[in-house]
Write a protein that binds this ligand. Structure first.
Ligand code: MN
Length: 698
């Protein structure tokens, strides 16, 4: 019987490799659809995900072909197949625990890895894992199979090369189609999940390792001069706090509200005779708000994450890509959550309606020293609770309260809203009757609709703050992270801003990079401040309000409220703006200088003193970006720890089971617990939150 079966199957080496490739291919697909949550949308992404495991698996197994002797071929094929199986299984187990993929860093820092494996293994195992036993049988059975069933005719070199070339071709095809569906997939990695979804686990591992080697090479190229000079230059950037404001918010709760894609022009704007953002308008001119009318975003390709890293670390984003993605998990930071915890005893948290892997936030927030991170997984999901980039703002804000109320006070929390994000989708049931404008571009029209929705969400949130009493104990910071309408759409937008599209130019584009920055606190002497500033200036401003001396920290902005504030704002891409001029640098090294009052391009003689003065200022500001890049890319803060500051250990934080962690702290502290929940006699304040969101039932 056995002999018969043996003689029935005769395989060449190539066919054997193809058969084993097929096994791994099908198993990977099972993993994609059963274990991972890749967020595959639409037919093209489906097709890409179906084929992406193929090329790399084939490439790896085909390497065995290059061993001529039968024994070497067999052993190498066993090893390669076993490694591929291990990669898959380890990722499945790791994903079940961390909702993330194994990176080279995870493997190197075995601590985390063991953490996952140390958990009760039963909870990480699922019935369909039995399939992997097949691989075990295949690995063990391979030598016997080869002995009886492999045809002995030697394989020709041309066939070996052909198979490897075929796999390489499949990988390139995969890359090309993915790049078409998702331009700059690798240049601007938003989310590791995207790389796996489009290019597969093998590619992710290879890419991740290559990036790590690159970054390490950069970090290790450090000389004493490298360390000293950028840090010393950066340490010079400092503005003395304004006595009138220093410490006025000491020990208050800090609530940072990230207004997604929100531009300043929305403030006080009317469309069809209706205010777009009535609540934010009222806040803008409230007697308890210091509002800035000339505040600019300074983000580069890292968009939202660039804004976050400027606001919290006081350094700029990178020239390309997102710092959160590239360096967030491994770099050393001295950022707001850690400084406030160590100096003033703050507890910190982030609330966000998207998944935690986006912009590598789950890892980066640990490096920043955030105690808690409540991402999408912490909020109730229903069929229509999500739109575009995640949970609708009204639902996220309301649902956050059950976590917020359990934080020890004072707390430092950040809310990252998502509904006002490109492509600005808003379901009809969430529109309270706002009539959007009718330009020829629906993205522009919808932008006003989602901004209006965000505004209404914030009104509900502020109502809750007042109702619960939190309002009196908090300082609220609101800021727009970057533009929502890109430059190429501005001519279509122009008529809504009472501008002539035919006269629209780069000067106008730069003026539109204004975003809101508001400091709201009961008792602050409110006003609209016309000082020029940008996102890099927020951290020293906030720390001074909270009474924290920033002299010893490496921060590249200056306190907006200080009399010594530097009112030159440098942009990450190109350009600088200050009270008088808007300046851009041309490719030939000369400058375009516009007069802010008239918007006219000035005809200044390049040899004149004025031109030289402006050019010098521009280069000085531009140099700050270089200093920032050196500090970040070489991870220089690891060599400098400010006096009285303790470096952050990311492994101190665990964003799983956070409810249990909070309850434990509240219970342990008992009467001395300062959470709202404890102060409310262990009763929830959730019922104080009123929303008109159609999905919210309680
Ligand atoms: Mn954003």
């Amino acid at each position: 019987m056995k002999a018969k079966w043996n003689s029935l199957i005769k395989l060449t080496r190539t066919k054997l490799i193809l058969a084993l490739t097929a096994v791994l291919w099908l198993e990977t697909l099972m993993v994609y659809y059963v274990d991972f949550r890749l967020g595959i949308e639409g037919p093209l992404q489906f097709i890409i995900s179906m084929f992406n495991p193929l090329g790399f698996v084939l490439l790896i197994l085909s390497l065995a072909n290059f061993f001529v002797r039968k024994k070497s071929f067999t052993i190498s094929l066993m090893v390669l197949f076993a490694l591929e199986t291990l990669l898959l299984v380890a990722n499945v187990v790791y994903y079940r625990e961390f909702s993330d993929f194994i990176s080279i860093n995870t493997m190197l820092s075995a601590q985390k890895f063991n953490g996952a494996m140390g958990k009760s293994i039963v909870t990480l195992i699922s019935p369909h894992d039995a399939i992997y036993l097949l691989n075990l049988i295949l690995i063990i059975g391979l030598p016997f199979f080869v002995k009886n069933n492999l045809v002995s005719t030697p394989i020709r070199l041309v066939s070996k090369v052909a198979l490897t070339c075929l796999s390489a071709f499949l990988i390139i095809l995969n890359l090309t189609i993915s790049e078409m569906n998702r331009p700059q997939l690798l240049g601007r990695t938003f989310d590791q999940t995207y790389i796996v979804k489009y290019l597969g686990l093998n590619f992710y591992m290879a890419y991740n390792t290559a990036s790590k080697v690159n970054e390490d090479a950069e970090k290790n190229k450090v000389t004493t001069i490298d360390i000293d000079s950028p840090l010393q230059e950066a340490a010079q950037v400092y503005a003395k706090p304004n006595k009138k404001y220093y410490g006025i918010a000491r020990k208050k709760n800090v609530i940072i509200i990230h207004l997604e894609s929100f531009q300043q022009f929305l403030i006080n704007m009317k469309v069809n005779d209706q205010e777009v953002t009535p609540f934010l308008n009222s806040l803008y001119s409230d007697k308890n708000t210091v509002s800035f009318s000339n505040f600019f975003h300074e983000v580069g390709q890292g968009k939202t994450s660039d804004a976050e890293n400027m606001l919290e670390s006081g350094l700029f984003g990178l020239p390309t890509g997102s710092l959160f993605n590239k360096l967030g998990p491994t770099n050393t930071f001295q950022s707001a959550p850690a400084i406030l915890k160590q100096k003033e005893g703050y507890t910190s948290a982030v609330f966000h309606g998207n998944v935690g892997s986006f912009y590598t936030r789950t890892k980066t927030y640990k490096s920043l020293g955030y105690n808690y991170f409540f991402d999408q997984g912490y909020f109730k999901q229903t069929e229509d609770s999500n739109v575009g980039f995640g949970l609708k703002d009204k639902l996220m804000l309301k649902e956050s309260v059950k976590y917020l109320e359990k934080l020890q006070q004072p707390f430092y929390v950040k809310y990252i809203t998502v509904t006002n994000h490109y492509p600005f989708d808003l379901p009809d049931e969430d529109n309270d009757g706002f009539v959007k404008p009718e330009t020829s571009d629906n993205v522009i029209n919808n932008y006003f609709l989602t901004a209006h929705y965000l505004d209404a969400s914030l009104r509900e949130f502020f109502d809750y703050l007042k109702e619960s009493g939190l309002y009196d104990r908090s300082i609220v910071i609101l800021y727009g992270d970057h533009y929502g309408i890109s430059d190429d759409k501005n001519e279509t937008l122009a008529p809504l801003l009472d501008k002539d599209p035919n006269e629209w130019d780069n000067f106008d584009n730069i003026q539109l990079q204004r975003v809101p920055f508001m400091i709201h606190m009961k008792g602050i002497a409110g006003r609209v401040d016309n000082e020029y500033g940008g996102e890099i200036d927020v951290l020293p401003t906030l720390l001074h309000l909270l009474g924290v001396n920033t002299k010893n920290y490496i921060q590249l902005g200056t306190d907006l409220l200080s009399k010594q504030h530097d009112g030159n704002v440098i942009f990450r891409n190109n350009g600088m703006i200050n009270k008088k001029y808007t300046v851009t640098k041309k490719s030939d090294g000369s400058y375009n200088i516009y007069d802010n009052k008239t918007g006219e391009l000035l005809d200044i003689d390049p040899t004149s003193d004025l031109y030289k003065k402006i050019a010098k200022k521009y280069e000085q500001e531009r140099h700050l970006l270089d200093i920032s890049d050196t500090i970040n890319q070489k991870n220089l803060l690891r060599f400098y720890t400010p006096i009285g500051f303790k470096p952050v250990d990311p492994t101190d934080y665990d964003y799983e089971n956070q409810v249990e962690q909070l309850d434990k702290i509240n219970n342990t502290l008992g009467n001395s617990s300062t959470s709202m929940y404890s102060q409310n006699n262990n009763k929830s304040t959730v019922s104080m939150y009123k929303t008109d969101a159609p999905e919210s039932t309680d």
